[in-house]
Design a protein around this ligand. Structure first.
Ligand SMILES: NC(=O)c1ccc[n+]([C@@H]2O[C@H](COP(=O)([O-])OP(=O)(O)OC[C@H]3O[C@@H](n4cnc5c(N)ncnc54)[C@H](OP(=O)(O)O)[C@@H]3O)[C@@H](O)[C@H]2O)c1
Length: 289
């Protein structure tokens, strides 16, 4: 039986749907019982638990051949790295107590680095903690989500695509659908020791490519509106992000722009998803209507 966290979110939803479509037994974790109803109808078991509740989580993970876990952002965390560390240790304790045989953990490009990566530092720490597990562990180091472009669509009517990333810098990007598919495959295959999968989409893209794809899809000229990194913290706090998170996102952006946030290579498996940027943008545009 496979336990899947984050099923109301991007990647967990796809992982759970994929395993169910293959006739595999699935138990989904939800915080709100009402959000479990549609999963029950599709044949999944539902466990109601918060990821921070070690006792309930241990119960929900009991008997799992594999579990898909992630560290969702919590903007109420005042000290995100330390607070995420606490959450990770709760997750780890629950998986160990429950005797989960294989953990598939959503990590990130750049997670090999201790510092200079903003919010990615939390999954660096999580990789360290889970590497000590009795279980087999697969870390999916996902590239920059294509769906992040959705945060910039507010300026589309003005023909602009605002970004703090360097417009001409090709970076690995991936659709969240491909992450869910790779997570489901990893769970179904079972793990062996510690595995790192570095996952990106069919090709690298730069921010000019994103704007060009938006132009094609909207049949309107869309141009990159490049913001300097120094403007990022005021812009994000102005948009309601707490200061510590705004600073982390700035650090991550600097890390991407300078090539620090990149794949490690080496022993890691390099996997490419098939979903294109255009497909993701098409979905994001349709969701705005
Ligand atoms: N954005 C990027 O470019 C990028 C790149 C690499 C890796 N990542 C990683 O990807 C993660 C996000 O993955 P995603 O897009 O699949 O998730 P998502 O769409 O943001 O959804 C988060 C999921 O976690 C659940 N959740 C949140 N807090 C919870 C809690 N305390 N207890 C139980 N469940 C909780 C949410 O359920 P509710 O319905 O209850 O809220 C939701 O199902 C990030 O946190 C980051 O670690 C991101």
């Amino acid at each position: 039986m496979f336990v899947i966290a984050g099923v109301t979110g991007n990647t967990g939803k796809v992982a759970a749907e994929t395993l169910l479509s293959q006739g595999k037994p699935v138990r989904v974790l939800v915080r709100d019982a009402a959000k479990g109803e549609s999963w029950k109808k599709r044949g999944a078991e539902v466990a109601v638990t918060d990821l921070d509740d070690v006792e309930a989580l241990t119960k929900a993970l009991k008997g799992a051949d594999g579990a898909y876990l992630l560290l969702p952002p919590n903007f109420a965390f005042q000290n995100p790295r330390a607070d995420n560390g606490k959450r990770t240790r709760a997750l780890f304790e629950a998986t160990e107590k429950a005797g989960v045989r294989h953990i598939v953990f959503l990590s990130s490009v750049g997670a090999q680095h201790e510092a200079g990566t903003g919010p990615i530092g939390a999954v660096h720490d999580a990789e360290k903690i889970f590497s000590a597990s009795k279980a087999n562990v697969t870390f999916i180091r996902a590239a920059y989500f294509m769906e992040n472009a959705g945060n910039s669509l507010y300026a589309l009517d003005a023909g602009a695509y605002p970004t703090f990333l360097r417009p001409d810098l090709k970076v690995p990007m991936v659709a969240t659908r491909d992450i869910g598919l790779v997570a489901a495959k990893a769970l179904a295959e079972g793990g062996k020791g510690r595995t790192v999968i570095e996952l990106e989409g069919p090709q690298e893209y730069d921010q000019n490519d994103v704007a060009a794809a938006l132009s094609r899809l909207t049949k309107k000229k869309v141009s990159v509106q490049h913001g300097p990194e120094d403007a990022m913290v005021p812009a994000l706090t102005g948009a309601g992000f707490p200061q510590p998170w705004a600073e982390l996102y700035r650090e991550m952006t600097h890390g991407v722009n300078t090539g620090h946030v990149t794949f490690e290579g080496g022993a890691a498996q390099h996997v490419r998803g098939t979903t294109t940027l255009e497909t993701v943008l098409e979905g994001l545009l349709a969701a705005r209507k």
